[in-house]
Ligand binder design. Structure first.
Ligand code: GUN
Ligand code: ZN
Length: 441
């Protein structure tokens, strides 16, 4: 073993979907080592297991990084977030369509300035890491320079990230519109430059059905045919008024999903945020085509959009991840997002189990993004993206959550934990968590 690093801590990861299993540890859907060792070689996972067994297999000169009393988990995955909206988190008083006009579009207008985009992109990537998020699927703005900025920022720290230029050519402010030709051309240029560059992937990103002409949606479909490895990232059936307007704007469509399907945007590596107002036919169709849903509970509560039907989605076997949807969502912490997910499902009389939630932000999200051969668990050969959580940094967690079994401790972290308990974030085996910046004078 060359270049081996070893990390000693409690270690938790999923081997498969724990589902509604009450005993996922016993059935080995989830693996937990109270005193574990994680071995990393040249940025990739070499192995994981009980420290007592693995320590004796190590070359004698290997330094063991001691995180005893802390918890190592795979880096968290945010399947849907808008980096240009970090400065409008917690903007008062509106539901989706008015919120877009009043807050989102004015914020996104500023990204015409490449320097501004760079500053926000760097801040955003740091914030992801401080919150323990090591992979994200990210909306930029209509401006190509906003995409350049986020890819540059992620590339600098070696973060795995998916993004793309937003396509929008109608029903939005004039100065934020592109047109089908420019949208197609700029997307192509960005794909040629960034797709597969290091850990970066491109997503063709029509904002949502309401803001694209049919010609533009057709162009998006064409891009996917020309570049089959890229993603499709958009919003679907978030808000009732939106769904109604989509019906009027595309009178030939059978459903909102049908609009995307008609333009061949429903396929493997298609990520649809929200999906609240769907039926089982839609969900089955999504599952069949290999598309994924990003469940965004914090945003759905904040914008009053509705309560996601997790059980129905699971029954239909749709790929599922979770998204913060900042700035509609109120926190970049995937722990907090899972806490909101639990609350949404309580209101529906459903349950998000602690390990079920953990799966949605790790291995499940990796599957949703077709990245489960690379990230999401500690299987040998995966990229060594992991985080170190220190619950003792929050008194309430230390008192209530610290004494119980791993399942209840994890659950408590969804509500009492956040960036404060993320002690370290490793990307490909390199420690990257930035410390909090000094306040701007
Ligand atoms: N639908 C279209 N654009 C947006 C957006 O920026 N945020 C959310 N939450 N939904 C959208
Ligand atoms: Zn969104």
């Amino acid at each position: 073993m060359s270049n081996v690093s070893a990390y000693r801590a409690s270690i938790l990861h999923c081997l498969r979907d724990p589902g509604d299993d009450n005993e996922p540890l016993a059935s080995a859907a989830v693996e937990y080592f109270e005193d574990g060792l994680l071995l990393v070689v040249d940025g990739y996972i070499e192995g994981v297991g009980p420290a007592s067994e693995l320590i004796n297999t190590l070359p004698t000169d290997v330094q063991i990084v001691d995180y005893k009393g802390q918890l190592i988990i795979p880096g968290l995955i945010d399947c849907h977030v808008h980096y240009p909206q970090v400065d409008i988190i917690a903007s008062y008083g509106e539901r989706l369509l008015d919120w877009l006009e009043k807050y989102a579009y004015p914020a996104e207008r500023k990204f015409v300035d490449a320097n501004y985009a760079k500053e926000v992109a760097e801040f955003f990537v740091e914030e992801l890491l401080r919150n323990g998020t090591t992979t994200a699927c990210v909306f930029a703005t209509v401006h190509p320079q906003s995409v350049e900025a986020i890819f540059e920022a992620a590339s600098k720290v070696g973060m795995r990230l998916i993004s793309g230029k937003v396509l929008m050519d109608r029903n939005c402010p004039e100065d934020l519109r592109d047109d089908p030709q420019t949208a197609y051309k700029q997307s192509r240029q960005l794909i040629e430059k960034w797709q597969g560059h290091g850990r970066l992937s491109y997503a063709v990103t029509p904002r949502f059905a309401l803001t694209s002409s049919e010609k533009q949606l057709r162009g998006a479909g064409r891009l996917l045919q020309e570049y089959p490895d890229v993603y499709l990232h958009t919003h679907l059936a978030e808000n009732e008024e939106e769904v109604e307007q989509v019906g009027r704007q595309f009178p030939w469509s059978r459903s909102y999903l049908d609009v995307y399907e008609n333009f061949e945007l429903l396929r493997e590596r298609s990520i649809f945020a929200h999906c609240i107002h769907l039926n089982d036919d839609d969900r089955k169709q999504m599952a069949e085509q290999g598309a994924a849903i990003a469940f965004c509970p914090s945003s759905n509560l904040f914008l009053g959009s509705g309560l996601f039907e997790l059980h129905a989605a699971r029954q239909c076997n749709v790929r599922l991840g979770v998204g913060s949807d900042v700035g509609g969502g109120t926190s970049l912490s995937m722990l907090r997002t899972l806490g909101d997910g639990y609350k949404v499902l309580q209101l529906r009389g459903e349950k998000l189990t602690p390990f079920g939630g953990f799966y949605l932000a790790t291995l499940g999200a990796a599957k949703a993004l077709y990245l489960d051969d690379k990230i999401g668990s500690f299987a040998k050969g995966k990229e060594a993206d992991f985080i170190v959580l220190d619950p003792a940094r929050i008194d309430l967690l230390q008192r209530g959550g610290g004494t119980n079994d791993i399942c209840s401790r994890l659950f408590a972290m969804f509500f009492l934990g956040d960036d404060r308990i993320v002690r370290e974030a490793y990307l490909m085996g390199q420690a990257r968590r930035p410390t909090r910046r000094a306040k701007i004078a």
